[in-house]
Design a binder for this molecule. Structure first.
Ligand code: MG
Length: 387
């Protein structure tokens, strides 16, 4: 049986007060859309995933799904219903038997839920996950109750909703002028029964800022595999110069640091610390110093790649602690600017970046002001099931 999934991600969703649509907001290091797509991509029964996006979001989408093997997205329409129809039409040539239609803003669905809706759609043609209403329901006007509604027989509908492909495509094609908020409603309008399976409380739709905070807490609570990495680097001074690059910022100085890249010893130590925490080799493995393309390169490229590798494992950086060792230049006056710079390169809160500086009391090569050494410790949190 061939089973496809349509992920609806074309909404504007500015209700959260953020600059970008909510499906592209990060959730513990990956976008909400990516987390949702990964659940389907990891499910053995689903062989095709069609994402429907807003045309304005193409570059956000492409950044969001890097490395996932998905067909090109389809552009949505002016309503959710229209967007789903375009997604279904794109699947026509693949002739799936069943299709699951899911909101991108519900990243917490489980594979058990996917299995339940697939089984029910196979047996009944149309199925949706839902939860019984447990709160007492009131109908009110101007904040005055008019009636108490009998909550028996009332359900809260979720997604993914699953259908025989020809049934749902036909319903969408025939009921173009309806504007319904879920796909089951179209099938119902066609007079076809829709079977209910038990939904999941955790499969909520991220709609408000409160939902987003709750989602972030849920995602982080799974990051229980805490690992630590250590990095160390040294760069020597060249006799003449105007500035050194440290922590991604330029610090005026009468010498510069020698190196193949921009010689940012601080970012090199941090990059190695992060790579160490995920046992991913060292900076030289990823960016061989013999390669011309890294000549004079800004070292934030290296740090960003290390961050990307952590994200790829579904992990986050809990903390970065950097110690700079030199007689000069003085680090103190630039410390806050360096923290800001590293926080911005890594997309981390300032409270997770620590910078300390020390001298070696005029002893050794740093004491003789021949160069700068940096030590870094990175604390990384990975998902429990991470290999
Ligand atoms: Mg280096």
């Amino acid at each position: 049986m061939k089973i496809a999934a349509v992920i609806v991600a074309a909404g504007r969703g500015h209700r959260l007060g953020e600059k970008m649509p909510k499906q592209y907001l990060p959730l513990a290091g990956k976008t909400i859309l990516r987390r949702t797509a990964e659940v389907f991509a990891a499910h053995d029964a689903i062989s095709l995933i069609q994402v429907v996006i807003h045309p304005d979001d193409l570059s956000l989408y492409q950044q969001s799904i890097t490395g996932l093997d998905l067909p090109p997205p389809v552009f949505g329409g002016t309503s959710r219903q229209e967007s789903v129809r375009y997604g279904l039409q794109a699947l026509k040539e693949h002739r799936p038997d069943l299709v699951l239609i899911h909101d991108a803003a519900r990243p917490f669905l489980s594979h058990e839920l996917v299995n339940r809706v697939i089984a029910a759609a196979r047996d009944h043609g149309a199925a949706l996950p839902a939860l019984a209403v447990t709160d007492t329901l009131k109908r009110a006007r101007d904040k005055t109750v008019e009636a108490t509604i009998d909550r028996n027989h009332l359900w809260r509908a979720q997604t993914p909703q699953a259908f025989r492909f020809d049934l749902i495509l036909d319903s969408h094609d025939k009921l173009v002028t309806h504007n319904l908020t879920d796909d089951a409603a179209l099938v119902e309008s066609m007079g076809h029964p829709v079977h209910i399976v038990t939904g999941e409380e955790r499969n909520f739709k991220i709609t408000t800022a409160e939902d987003l905070a709750k989602a972030e807490r849920m995602m982080r609570s799974n990051l229980t595999d805490v690992r630590t990495g250590y990095g160390f680097d040294v760069h020597a001074f060249e006799s003449k110069g105007e500035a050194v690059i440290l922590g991604g910022i330029s610090i005026p100085f009468d010498k510069k640091l020698k190196g193949h890249s921009d010689a940012d010893v601080a970012l090199h130590a941090l990059t190695d610390a992060i790579l160490g925490a995920i046992a991913a080799g060292d900076i030289g493995d990823h960016f061989p110093p013999g390669e011309d393309r890294w000549k004079g390169a800004p070292s934030k490229i290296f740090l960003k790649e290390a961050m990307r590798l952590v994200s790829e494992k579904g992990g986050i950086i809990a903390h970065l602690d950097l110690t700079l060792i030199c007689e000069a230049p003085k680090i103190g006056p630039h410390r806050e600017a360096m923290r800001q710079s590293i926080a911005s390169i890594c997309g981390l809160d300032l409270s997770r970046i620590s910078i300390k500086a020390t001298t070696t009391e005029k002893l050794g090569f740093t004491g003789r002001a021949e160069g700068i050494a940096a030590q870094a410790v990175a604390t990384v949190r990975l998902p429990e099931e991470c290999p």
